[in-house]
Design a protein around this ligand. Structure first.
Ligand SMILES: [Zn+2]
Length: 109
């Protein structure tokens, strides 16, 4: 997993959209930007989705860590686990404000 600045992370993630995927079928461990790995279930905060089966999630133990996860599938139907593409950590008030704004936009329908 690449560790990026918050701005670099957003740039790397690319287009964002409110999550429309049913995440309940994706259950596996994923490597987190905090250095540990976590189990992906309904308690994981999915911030938004990107292109090509990618989601932005926060660390369940320290929400200042943000990770982009690629959902690996075989022919779109068979789940093959997660790839942690990049991670970042919110380290300034400016980043925190940007992230809050992003969340608000992603909740609006
Ligand atoms: Zn974590």
């Amino acid at each position: 997993m690449r560790t990026l600045s918050f701005e670099g992370f957003l740039h790397d993630f690319g287009n964002v959209a409110p999550n429309t995927m049913n995440m309940s079928i994706y259950r596996d461990r994923f490597h987190c930007a905090c250095g540990r790995s976590h189990w992906f279930d309904e308690s994981i905060d999915v911030v938004c989705q990107g292109s090509r089966m990618k989601v932005m999630v926060t660390c369940p133990e320290d929400p200042s860590y943000i990770i982009s996860l690629k959902i690996k599938t075989f022919m779109l139907v068979k789940f093959k686990g997660f790839d942690s593409l990049a991670g970042t950590r919110i380290s300034s008030n400016e980043d925190a404000l940007s992230f809050t704004t992003l969340r608000q936009y992603m909740r609006r329908r």
